[in-house]
Design a protein. Structure first.
Length: 458
């Protein structure tokens, strides 16, 4: 997919939205899971906290039996990460009792770190415990009236929360990565499937331009069906315009040629008059101008037709046979090397006119041999289309650069003894230009003139 294509834009926009949505969803789910894990951990801490408060509220219990109902062996294991602590706060000298796991350490107070009491009357938060352990801690002040005031604290190893959250994040990341890949593959499929009708239209238009089809055929989605209809209507309108232009050109030719013939005939009847000679001279110039511009108009009308393609090899072979008959009195050998794949994007009569003028000119000036070579040059860059190169060589005397420039101009001839109007090469130049091609004159390997005609291929 190219950077400027519609498919690339749709894919990139869909990819951006997929990534953003998955990232936001992942952050939300990770936060929700962490909060759920914390709530579960806090419920466990609160259970121990209520048990300790119940023990504190029954001071008549023998000391050896107090705090034996917590049921958690980790409170007995030194520095296990699970601790409880009870501190009396209504005496000048603090009386503190703690779990064996706390050893000789003390837990910090959440009140000192600015933690606020919740609606349940407890404080919750994270603290640094003994040996730098990360602890999740809950504390609650207890007022027993005459029996005193106490601060009951329970702390658990917060690494359990962190480990569970991290493990969930790993699984979540892997799942979302797989989901993202699946969604991107689905997006590629959807883009290709959704834009397939546009690709069909593009291929159909290419077929029309190359001559393989005349109209856009087939069923298209309702969104682009109007495009197909308008394109077909445009093709029909183009053909109508071309037909009208041809008709007008033909009418103009007949309308002008008849009066011009009358003028020439009348002037020819008075050849003794210098004025008649001048009229004949100008009439001949007018006839040349008329022939030239009518030919250009006719060519331009044909070039605008969309979708005409001509096989080159058969046309050149037919041209060779014709030219050999025309110049049989001079025994000119015409050799043809034509690529069988060569196709011209235009009408056959235009190809015959261009190539015919070049071969006819070569036969007039050749000593004994003319070589016609047809090459197909593949597109230099995507979308440029193939190019057709027709090379005509003769073994005549050749032309200098100044002479080449002269014969390329309309009506200019180097030798009046040769038959023709002098418009041949100029017509080739004009016709090739209308097709987007060109004519180049140079030196042939045999010493004569080389004419290279570059035209659009199909």
């Amino acid at each position: 997919m190219r950077g400027s294509s519609l498919a690339t834009r749709l894919f990139l926009s869909a990819t951006a939205w997929v990534v953003v949505i998955l990232l936001l969803t992942g952050v939300v789910l990770s936060s929700v899971y962490r909060n759920a894990t914390e709530r579960a951990f806090d419920r466990r801490l609160n259970l121990y906290l209520r048990t300790l408060i119940a023990e504190v509220a029954t001071p008549d219990e023998p000391p050896e039996r107090q705090f034996q109902s917590l049921g958690e062996p980790l409170f007995e294991l030194p520095l296990s990460g699970w601790y409880w602590q009870i501190t009396r706060t209504d005496s000048e000298k603090a009386d503190t009792r703690a779990s064996r796991s706390l050893w000789d350490k003390k837990l910090p107070r959440l009140e000192d770190s600015g933690a606020e009491l919740t609606l349940a009357g407890v404080r919750l938060g994270y603290v640094d415990g003994p040996e730098g352990q990360a602890l999740r801690m809950v504390e609650r002040p207890v007022d027993l009236g005459a029996d005193g005031k106490f601060l009951v604290t329970v702390a658990g190893d917060a690494s359990e929360i962190f480990d569970e959250t991290r493990s969930f994040d790993y699984y979540l990341g892997g799942t979302f990565a797989s989901l993202g890949i699946v969604l991107l593959l689905t997006t590629i499929f959807q883009v290709r499937f959704g834009l397939a009708p546009l690709k069909r239209i593009s291929e159909a238009i290419a077929d029309i331009r190359s001559g393989r089809a005349e109209r856009l055929e087939g069923n298209f989605p309702v969104e682009i069906a109007p495009l197909a209809r308008e394109t077909n209507a445009l093709i029909d309108a183009n053909r109508e315009i071309v037909e009208r232009a041809r008709t007008h050109v033909g009418n103009l030719a007949h309308a002008i040629k008849t009066p011009l013939s009358v003028i020439v005939n009348e002037a020819a009847a008075h050849r003794a008059d210098p004025f008649a000679d001048k009229v004949l001279e100008q009439a001949d110039a007018m006839r040349g101008q008329l022939a030239h511009h009518l030919e250009r108009a006719r060519i331009a009308a044909r070039v605008t037709i969309v979708g005409t393609v001509t096989e080159v090899a058969p046309a050149i072979e037919a041209l060779r046979r014709t030219m050999e008959k025309i110049h049989r009195d001079r025994s000119i050998a015409i050799e043809v090397k034509a690529d069988s794949r060569a196709r011209f994007r235009g009408e056959r009569q235009d190809l015959e006119e261009m190539a015919g003028n070049l071969v006819d000119n070569a036969c007039k000036w050749a000593a004994s041999q003319v070589l016609v070579e047809v090459l197909v040059e593949r597109e230099a860059e995507p979308g440029a289309g193939a190019r057709l190169r027709i090379i005509v060589d003769d073994d005549g005397r050749g032309l200098s650069e100044a002479e080449r420039a002269q014969v390329s101009r309309r009506g200019q001839r180097l030798d009046e003894s040769k038959p023709g109007s002098g418009l041949g090469l100029s017509i080739v130049v004009d016709l090739a230009a209308l097709y987007g091609g060109s004519l180049t004159l140079g030196s042939a390997p045999s010493g004569g003139l080389r004419a290279e005609l570059l035209l659009p291929g199909a």
